[in-house]
Design a protein around this ligand. Structure first.
Ligand code: HEC
Ligand code: HEC
Length: 426
């Protein structure tokens, strides 16, 4: 996928230093050719079209997004009838929840990340333990602390709701006969659910799991609609790309510009937060303090191993991909450098999604910048980021710059609220 783009842009930039030249920016700043390239590479206008997902043949079908939209907001997809994906991924909070740790059927062990622009990522979860967005969508449904339901009851809900059944049939072919008993069954559930699961025939198990996987594919089709909008930073990037020196002056303040200069220079944020989504889609150890009461997270080191053994991965029987399509999964690194590494999150809209990091350990952007400034030793393995020795004013400038990355989504409003037909079903 596009994850090497940021690096190649950096290298291109380095090559361009030879042709060093400066463009005067009224009011505050001038940029080298290398810096101009870098700034341009961060602009939302450089965002590539969404990569195809060969493992999900309905990923780009409008009817699948409509179906997924309904499922995303449906609290009936939970054991206690009150939890939907949107309970934790709230549209008005850029699909986060403002909690330190997620709160589903019970408190969870991780902080809820944003879903905006996420379909550009080849890996899902902080530790990358899922290799597609549809496979990811299945996990919270069966997690006791999240939706707390099981795949048999989910399949039965689709069967019993005539509108869902029609949507399903139109996309995936006729829904198979869903066993009427036992009540709840899943290979991942508690002991009783597992015993129930084993009481089904192999063919029944396969059919129920396929229905379940298909629902994940519809949800993923919906999530592909959630895209960031152009922010103040992008207006600035556009204006300097066009070299229209006349109207650059007021787009960013001198503090914000100083923050941008630090971001792409001395503070080295851009070495991981690069490209139009401000993420390299890779995994890094940044020395974030372990979550209180938990062992330090092994991060991607464990995540890639989990992804490889997931029956819903790109190579599995429920994937629509050919083996040759599963490059990311087949060739992913799994070495010791990934111990304690988490996925680099996007910085778009990040000023609206506090608290921060995989355990919500840092409450504010100022705390995040203090963290990077100090670059503490990692509890596990080593912190890849180095201490920055930034003065307080520089940290404030960096924060001011990061705040220029927030903007309303470039997503049709209808996707940001429950579907209108939602209130009535059956
Ligand atoms: C109880 C709150 C909760 C519910 C309900 C929930 N999520 Fe999440 N979601 C989280 C948390 C917490 C994480 C991060 C977990 C981790 O990385 O270990 C997450 C991660 C994700 C990710 C990966 C984000 C990334 O950066 O890679 C996606 C996609 C996602 N959720 C979609 C969904 C969908 C779709 C549903 C409904 C089927 C759902 N979530 C239900 C809390 C929730
Ligand atoms: C070595 C790669 C790397 C560098 C350099 C880096 N980051 Fe990060 N950043 C990450 C990773 C990985 C995370 C998630 C860490 C975690 O959750 O434990 C993160 C998280 C963040 C978050 C929290 C986002 C959220 O949604 O929780 C912010 C804000 C942030 N970084 C800003 C910066 C700034 C500003 C700089 C420069 C001072 C910077 N980063 C440098 C990799 C990096």
């Amino acid at each position: 996928m596009m994850k090497k783009l940021g690096l190649s842009v950096l290298l291109l930039g380095v090559a361009l230093v030879a042709a060093w030249n400066f463009v005067a920016i009224p009011g505050s700043n001038s940029w080298s050719a290398e810096e101009l390239q870098l700034i341009n590479s961060l602009s939302i206008e450089r965002l590539a079209p969404l990569p195809a997902d060969p493992s999900n043949r309905v990923a780009d079908l409008p009817a699948a997004a409509e179906f997924g939209h309904r499922l995303f907001f449906d609290t009936r997809l939970s054991g206690n009838g009150s939890i939907a994906c949107a309970t934790c991924h709230r549209p008005e909070l850029m699909f986060t929840d403002a909690f330190q740790m997620a709160m589903g059927a019970a408190p969870g062990p991780r902080h809820t990340p944003s879903l905006v622009g996420l379909s550009h990522s080849p890996w899902y979860y902080w530790d990358g333990r899922k290799d597609s967005q549809w496979a990811q969508a299945l996990a919270p449904l069966e997690a006791a602390i999240e939706h707390g339901i099981d795949r048999l009851q989910v399949a039965r809900l689709i069967d019993s709701d005539s509108s869902y059944r029609q949507m399903y049939n139109a996309l995936f072919g006729a829904l198979p006969v869903i066993p009427a008993t036992p009540l709840a069954a899943s290979p991942l559930g508690d002991e009783r659910e597992q015993i129930n699961w084993n009481s089904l025939s192999g063919a029944q198990q396969n059919e129920v799991s396929r229905v379940f996987a298909n629902l994940g594919k519809a949800i993923a089709a919906y999530e592909r609609k959630l895209m960031p909008g152009a922010a103040r930073f992008d207006a600035y990037a556009r204006s300097i790309a066009a070299s229209s020196e006349l109207d650059q002056g007021d787009i960013l303040s001198s503090n914000e510009l100083a923050g941008l200069r630090l971001f792409i220079g001395k503070a080295q944020c851009v070495s991981c937060h690069n490209g139009p989504l401000f993420t390299n889609h890779e995994f890094h150890n940044t020395g974030v303090l372990s979550i209180a009461g938990q062992l330090p997270s092994m991060g991607r080191y464990d995540g890639i191993r989990t992804a490889r053994s997931d029956p819903f991965n790109c190579l599995g029987e429920f994937s629509d991909a050919e083996q040759a399509d599963c490059i990311e999964l087949r060739f992913a690194r799994d070495d010791n450098s990934l111990v304690g590494a988490q996925k680099t999150p996007t910085l778009r809209n990040v000023s609206w999604t506090a608290p921060y990091m995989h355990g919500g350990q840092l409450a504010t952007l100022a705390a995040v910048l203090n963290h990077y400034n100090e670059a503490p030793l990692s509890m596990l393995s080593h912190n890849e980021a180095k201490p920055l020795a930034l003065r307080p004013v520089e940290r404030r400038q960096l924060e001011a710059f990061i705040r220029t990355l927030s903007a309303p989504l470039a997503t049709e409003p209808k996707w940001l609220a429950p579907a209108v037909e939602f209130t009535q079903s059956n």
